[in-house]
Design a protein around this ligand. Structure first.
Ligand code: CA
Length: 137
């Protein structure tokens, strides 16, 4: 399994930096301080062909759908695949999605086809974009 080692994001509300989303503590929150569009981009410690990504949103008010685009990127910055999903917003509830590089070739184990970074674009939200945690499984 590959783990998230660092992240960058579109914006941070004072006192709620994006590193709070990858610290393993559900009591600390990354708050973008604004509605969608926002993003968080996470870097993995080792490139992988596929993984399961989990995240715990923190929305208030929590009515409406959270529309998210996941862009899978290799270590050269090339896009490998992208997914767009709509999650019914539930504050504090873990959501998971399976993500796979679509450029996996038989017997090709080169890092070019492996996921090194994931850009999580929040496209629509019922309230300010905030996460308690984002991690791999
Ligand atoms: Ca946290």
């Amino acid at each position: 399994m590959s783990e998230i080692v660092s992240c960058i994001c579109s914006s941070e509300y004072p006192g709620h930096p994006c590193r709070n989303a990858i610290d393993g503590d559900k009591n600390t929150i990354w708050n973008s301080g604004g509605f969608a569009p926002q993003f968080i981009e996470v870097l993995l410690d080792a490139p992988v062909n596929q993984l399961e990504l989990g995240f715990v949103p923190e929305m208030s008010p929590a009515f409406g759908d959270l529309k998210i685009e996941f862009i899978l990127i290799n270590n050269k910055g090339n896009e490998l695949n992208r997914y767009e999903n709509i999650f019914p917003c539930k504050t504090g509830v873990l959501e998971k999605i399976k993500l796979r590089s679509k450029k996996i070739e038989e017997n090709d184990n080169s890092d070019f086809y492996k996921i090194s970074k994931i850009r999580v674009n929040f496209l629509g939200s019922p309230s300010w974009i905030a996460l308690r945690e984002i991690r791999t499984y």
